[in-house]
Design a protein around this ligand. Structure first.
Ligand code: SAH
Length: 392
């Protein structure tokens, strides 16, 4: 283990308990990795021996998407930070060891500018005031930054001067968006958006492919480890150039697009979220890919339909949400019987349940289990598995 992995001092963050975002911060990074490894082994070793978890060399400031809430205290001081876990109380913070450094600096700079621009913070109880949240996203490969100001009211006095001032201070800000959220809600973003500067989106590069990131689009939050994860998934798929590949639960199409660029013959993606599918189509175009298409709908229903067709896919990537997959999907997968299945999971518990179903109801062999640490200091565990059809 390198020294950088060791130099987390236990509980070194001053708001560790109040924030609650980093559940494992009382452990050194090595201990965190051991904890995650043991959990994966406990749940999955009945299927196959798990490889050693791939940790980060520098497990800090990995988050490319940072959010801050704003309030004014009784002395008139403006505070920005995170919600205390399980409450609606904002804990003031200027920096966080998991968040992008530039993003944190932009949030502090905006906070300091508010008074001179006579801008207020939004008061949720009185439903009055202006700034509610800030959302910053940064493309780590491109260094393009998007600044989203979430406001409780639509009127933005002296917005042009404000945008000029913040983009002068941070030239990496390529776009500024005002999102209006007047609702009593836990959701950060509202429905209405105005682009104040730039194109309204930024771009990033993952595994040699370009991706468009808009305020609402889903994008992996740790791009360094996402590349590690996707490279493993592509390695497991062992593409030779002619395969038909399904990218199920595809989000904005990232895995399928990387597969299409790295040797797949034809890729079909399926995703429930309409906006994500639109982004996926756009992303395929931006990468000049003609051998990929996307469907919007439930992955289980899609699999059921494909299992009925005569031409069957060779490789299925599946990357379901925390709840895992469902029986409709899994039974159709077994019926379809692709040679290779690559299961990417963000929840080892539901992964264990789904693998048990496949193990019981098919002749698939589980050949590889590879945990990847996508979220250092938190309890989240990502795992990629290789399943191979046993040919009779
Ligand atoms: N593969 C993507 C996204 C994984 S997150 C990536 O690597 O970035 C899981 C995705 O599954 C989300 O985009 C979510 O919208 C989608 N999803 C959830 N339930 C679904 C369902 N029943 N059918 C299809 N997609 C679903």
């Amino acid at each position: 283990m390198s020294n950088t992995k060791e130099n987390i001092k236990r509980g070194s963050c001053p708001v560790y308990k109040k924030c609650g975002g980093c559940q494992l911060q009382n452990l050194t990074y090595t201990e965190q990795l051991n904890f995650k490894q043991k959990k994966v082994e406990k749940l999955l070793s009945k299927f196959c021996k798990a490889d050693k978890i791939i940790g980060m060399n520098t497990p800090y400031h990995y988050r490319n998407k940072v959010q801050a809430a704003f309030r004014t205290d009784k002395n008139g001081k403006i505070i920005s930070g995170v919600y205390q876990s399980g409450t609606h109380h904002i804990v003031g913070i200027d920096e966080c060891m998991t968040e992008d450094v530039t993003a944190d600096k932009i949030i502090v700079a905006v906070r300091k500018m508010l008074k001179s621009f006579k801008l207020t913070t939004y008061d949720e109880d009185k439903q009055r005031g202006f700034l509610r949240h800030i959302l910053v996203k940064r493309g780590f490969a491109t260094n393009e930054v998007m600044l989203v100001l979430v406001t409780g009211t639509p009127v933005f006095p002296s917005k042009n001067n404000f945008v000029k001032a913040i983009t002068k201070q941070f030239p990496e800000i390529k776009t500024v968006v005002q999102n209006i959220n007047p609702y009593r809600t836990n959701l950060v973003l509202g429905d209405v958006q105005k682009v104040l500067y730039g194109k309204g989106y930024i771009e990033d590069i993952l595994c040699g492919c370009k991706f468009r990131i808009s305020p609402k689009s889903f994008y992996q939050i740790n791009p360094v480890q996402t590349e590690v994860l996707y490279n493993k998934a592509i390695e497991f798929a062992n593409l030779k150039g002619k395969e038909t590949v399904l990218d199920t639960y595809c989000g904005i199409g990232t895995i399928g697009i990387v597969a299409a660029k790295h040797g797949a013959g034809e890729v079909i993606g399926v995703e429930l979220n309409k906006d994500a599918v639109k982004d996926a189509v756009q992303n395929a175009r931006a990468n000049n890919l003609k051998n990929i298409r996307f469907y919007q709908g439930d992955a289980g229903e899609f699999m059921e339909a494909v299992a009925e067709e005569s031409e069957k896919p060779d490789v299925v990537f599946m990357d379901p949400p925390r709840a895992g997959s469902d029986e409709k999907f899994l039974s159709s997968l077994i019926k379809m019987s692709p040679k290779t299945v690559v299961y990417i999971s963000c929840n080892p518990e539901t992964l264990a349940r789904d693998l048990a179903y496949i193990d019981k109801n098919s002749t698939y062999k589980i050949l590889k289990i590879q945990p990847v640490d996508m979220f250092p200091h938190t309890a989240h565990i990502e795992t990629v598995c290789l399943l191979s059809r046993k040919d009779k």
